[in-house]
Design a protein around this ligand. Structure first.
Ligand SMILES: [Cu+2]
Length: 422
């Protein structure tokens, strides 16, 4: 703000406005040394810092709010700065950070900095290393980030309840000097699981086995924002899992990758091996790096089949059941039918009304047909050029590169008899 602007605003108001602007400027994105790129958080945000005497100062407010998992399905969740996961905390090796935590929950809380090597009294374990943060109180955590890496943060009081309701987040510390080959895109995805009974307004923290809403950064497909990357670019994806009970084997189509780091540190190059699926156990981070060779819309998902279902997909399967007798009796009740006798796949094609606050069987309309996927499922959209690419657009397949119905000429040519008894 120059002097002329100051005078134009006039008096005390201008003074306040100027302070506001300074705060905004100080909350600008962090500078990451060595040409390293900032982390992209699909469906999420990054914590704003204010620099005071060379110390990065941030503020987490933990509270209850409405969170949307996917179109049509939301619940009352708990989290940081009205989001779950909370904002990505992004800093640089050697930084001194002060993180204020204000508790607006109806019960006490604390914050644990998962994986970080810090003074014991900053570790956030209620009762063991600190007092509880009572409702209405603000605590201060002050940390020097000595080790670069991919970490997490979460409540460490009444964990079963608070984490099941969403008090989780990711924490990335960039190294002072880049390590390994230059990375063009850097993403952070937190894995989580929830039990939201159809029609309920709150996740059930007592659930131990039957999770029906599985999320990347708090979103179920088709609520998940795709990862847009360029062919030949080096891409880093940081995965963290703070689910209540389950490990998630995250599988990428059309690509292979190496695990380059965990929340325990960097994996030496000699120990990195190629994979297409990485198991992310509860309470860990796994960092993978890849260079896509093939353009396209590639699926990225948990390989546990129950974790890529929609919430309504967890209704009773009737495969192989003869329902004629019950159908006859049900016919007297308007608007009812039995389903799934030949499998569940086609059920997604039906336009059936669903109960309020629930995800339908059909999750999204793909370029060829409805996509029978939900939950912990997203897309890596690999494009020849990222600049100008529309992340919402489907991949335009070159002619002759899509699997399709075999012609009888092709079957004749190759000696295929479709009527052969296998
Ligand atoms: Cu899973």
């Amino acid at each position: 703000m120059d002097r002329r602007d100051f005078i134009a605003l006039g008096g005390v108001t201008a003074g306040v406005a100027m302070l506001g602007r300074i705060a905004e400027a100080e909350a600008a994105p962090i500078q990451i040394p060595g040409g390293q790129v900032a982390v992209t958080v699909p469906n999420g945000s990054t914590l704003a810092w204010r620099v005071v005497d060379g110390v990065k100062v941030g503020h987490l407010v933990v509270s209850e709010f409405d969170h949307e998992f996917a179109p049509g399905l939301s619940a009352r969740c708990w989290g940081y700065n009205r989001s779950t996961p909370g904002p990505l905390i992004e800093a640089v090796e050697g930084d001194r950070v002060r993180i204020y935590v204000t508790n607006r929950l109806p019960e006490a809380t604390t914050v644990h900095w998962h994986g970080m090597i810090i003074p014991n009294g900053m570790d956030g374990v209620a009762g063991l290393t600190q007092k509880r943060i009572a409702p209405g109180e603000t605590f201060l955590y002050e940390l020097t980030l000595r080790h670069p890496g991919t970490y997490m943060y979460h409540s460490h009081f009444d964990e079963m309840t608070q984490m099941a309701l969403g008090t989780v987040g990711m924490f990335v510390v960039h190294p002072k000097a880049p390590r390994g080959p230059h990375v063009h895109r850097d993403f952070s995805l937190m894995l989580h699981e929830w039990s939201v009974k159809v029609g309920a307004r709150r996740p059930d923290p007592n659930e131990m086995t039957d999770f029906n809403v599985l999320t990347f950064n708090g979103k179920s497909f088709p609520g998940t924002e795709p990862l847009l990357v360029g062919k030949g670019e080096r891409v880093r994806i940081r995965l963290g899992n703070l689910s209540a009970m389950e490990h998630h084997p995250i599988h990428l189509h059309g690509l292979n990758f190496k695990v380059t780091a965990t929340d325990g540190g960097y994996v030496p190059e000699s120990a990195q091996h190629p994979e297409t699926t990485v198991l992310v156990p509860v309470g860990t981070t796994r960092v993978i790096e890849l260079v896509p060779e093939e353009a396209g819309d590639w699926a990225m998902h948990c390989h546990m089949t129950h974790h890529v279902m929609t919430q309504m997909g967890h209704v009773l399967s009737m495969v192989g059941v003869d329902t004629r007798a019950v159908d006859a009796r049900l016919a007297r009740v308007a608007g009812t039918m039995t389903m799934g006798q030949t499998g569940m796949g086609n059920m997604g094609d039906m336009q059936m009304p669903v109960p309020p606050n629930s995800t339908p069987m059909r999750s999204a309309t793909g370029p060829f047909a409805p996509i029978e996927m939900g939950g912990m499922f997203t897309l890596i959209k690999v494009r020849d050029r990222v600049a100008g690419a529309d992340p919402k657009a489907w991949y335009a397949h070159p002619t002759g590169t899509v699997a399709d119905k075999a012609s009888s000429a092709a079957m004749q040519r190759d000696g295929i008899d479709p009527n052969r008894t296998p």
